[in-house]
Ligand binder design. Structure first.
Ligand code: GLN
Length: 541
């Protein structure tokens, strides 16, 4: 057999969606890293879109951006929060991206006149996509297959991973299946049948799971484990129980570790490693679970009813709490409600206001109003991307006297285009993958709050937007107190603004939330929560 440097773990899901394949993949990654292994994580989404970049956040949730500018599934955010695995373009495959490549190859004549078929051509392209993670500096690649076993659109991907199991051989590939053991209240019983069916479905297509992770709301009894083990053809120690971890997802790795999952994976993959070293993670859990104080911050957004639309924002705020050993209570405010219900009703009693990114006009006036409220009441304000743009618009209108100031995204005819399109964006017509995307360096001005928080002169942060602060207004804004303090030097673009004389008012054109981790909270989020705590103290609230 060929000697492979990188071993592969495939995570599939059964019974129903939303069981947490992403969190479990991320947890496995963390546990393997805690044993000194180098991992990478990848998500396969069986939908036909090339990437989620053009999807509505209600439909898909947040779009997670990598350093190299890929617009990807939000599960990559979970991977980032749990592990140090490097994320890039190769970490998210979709049916659309695979087909696009196969069709491009077909047009270029790569298949030399052959009939192009699902097997082998599409499965070959999928395997090549997975093998991109193979590298001498990667011990284990973890690939999560989106959707549920039995979905028509997932079949070709399952066939591809089956082939990989065959090709790489036992000891090099491991199949982990996440399933649900539902509790029937009327019968007062846990039911293992759906799990049996789901595994049978996998076996039909030739995949024999090595490990089952069983989501359940009640502890599994010995006879449930015996039943699952017998009917699913697995040893008992390969049946792992996963009790609902709400509200703390960062407990999941500990739950899996206690049942010996990392030990089991290493044994199966013949990986000789030291025991798991989880002290930093434990310390973080301790801080998270034993807050010394609590603080209320508002997130003013447009997709507020959908938790996953701002997944990384909520996570990064929680990390800011961990940094300060404080519990962060998040009040989700629908931006449009600010206009209909009034600003006081929406923001009264909060100690910080965060306005995240977004697109299009709906709710923007509410965000502008939120920035004004925070500025005037001296409440800590954190504007991210569109949130920063809203703060600039507000300041231009109400402090600089530029009536009708607006972003040209929202009003092309505005008399004062304080936010406008970059020259290079003007000719762009395609929507997918054409924004200013990915990591770029930002130089921080000496003496600024941002510089003090980062503790460095140059930082790398990720972008996903088309519009920028219009440099024609930079001086006027600064004269009146809104100073530009972070720059993308190469193109002379403003990345950060701060308000002089305000306790904490920062707007950033990039997305710091994508880089925050619970054991490495992002400095701006840590600073924001610290400022919110101070505001609360001063307020006597
Ligand atoms: N719509 C704005 C732009 O394209 C902001 C984007 C965002 O917040 N991600 O510039």
């Amino acid at each position: 057999m060929i000697r492979h440097m990188t071993k592969h773990i495939f995570v599939t899901g059964g019974v129903c969606s939303s069981l947490g394949k992403g969190l479990n993949s991320a947890s496995i990654g963390l546990l393997l890293e805690s044993r000194g292994l180098r991992v990478r994580l990848q998500k396969i989404d069986p939908y036909v879109n090339v990437d989620p970049g053009t999807m509505n956040p209600y439909e898909h949730g947040e779009v997670y951006v990598t350093d190299d500018g890929a617009e990807t599934d939000l599960d990559l955010g979970h991977y980032n929060r749990f592990t140090n695995a490097r994320a890039d373009q190769s970490c998210n495959l979709t049916t659309g991206s695979i087909y696009r490549q196969v069709l491009d190859d077909e047009r270029r004549g790569i298949f030399e006149g052959k009939t192009v078929q699902m097997i082998p051509h599409v499965t070959d392209a999928i395997r090549a996509g997975i093998r991109k993670l193979d590298s001498p500096d990667v011990d284990v690649a973890i690939t999560e297959i989106g959707g549920t076993v039995g979905d028509i659109e997932g079949l070709v991907f399952l066939e591809a991973i089956r082939q990989m199991g065959q090709q790489y051989g036992r000891g090099n590939v491991l199949f982990v299946h996440l399933t649900l053991v539902p509790y029937l209240r009327a019968a007062q019983e846990l039911k293992t049948k759906p799990t049996q069916h789901s595994v049978a479905r996998l076996r039909e297509i030739g995949i024999f799971p090595d490990i089952l992770i069983c989501r359940t709301e009640k502890p599994l009894e010995a006879d449930h484990i015996a039943k699952i083990s017998l009917f699913c053809n697995l040893e008992k120690d390969c049946v792992i129980e996963e009790l609902d971890a709400k509200p703390n997802i960062y407990r999941i790795p500990m739950m899996l570790h206690r049942q010996g999952l990392d030990q089991l994976i290493c044994a199966r993959l013949k990986l000789d490693t030291p025991e798991a070293e989880l002290s930093a993670w434990r310390k973080m859990l301790h801080r998270l679970e034993n807050p010394r104080q609590s603080v209320k911050v508002a997130v003013v957004g447009k997709y507020i009813s959908r938790q996953s639309a701002y997944e990384s924002i909520y996570a990064a705020l929680e990390h800011g709490g961990i940094a300060n050993q404080a519990h962060v209570q998040i009040r989700r405010v629908e931006a449009q409600d600010i206009e209909s219900k009034g600003i006081e009703a929406c923001l009264r009693g909060v100690h910080g206001v965060l306005v995240p990114g977004g697109f299009g006009p709906r709710g923007v006036e509410g965000k502008v109003h939120a920035a004004q409220f925070a500025r005037e009441k001296r409440i800590p304000f954190f504007g991210i991307c569109l949130g920063m743009q809203a703060a600039v618009i507000e300041f231009a209108r109400h402090v600089c006297g530029l009536q009708g100031a607006q972003s040209t995204e929202l009003d092309r005819e505005t008399p004062h285009p304080v936010i406008s399109l970059m020259e290079e964006q003007k000719a762009v017509t395609d929507l997918g993958g054409t924004m200013r995307l990915g990591a770029q360096p930002c130089t921080l001005k000496e003496g600024s709050m941002a510089r003090a928080m980062y503790g460095r002169e140059v930082v790398q942060e990720r972008h996903r937007h088309r519009y920028e602060l219009n440099n024609d207004y930079r001086d006027l804004l600064a004269e009146r107190g809104m100073e530009s303090v972070g720059f993308y030097a190469e193109k002379d673009l403003v990345e950060i603004v701060e308000l002089a004389g305000h306790p904490w008012f920062i707007g950033v054109q990039f997305h710091p939330e994508f880089k925050s981790k619970p054991i490495e909270p992002h400095p701006l989020f840590a600073g924001f929560i610290e400022a919110a705590l101070k505001h609360q103290e001063a307020d006597g609230a």
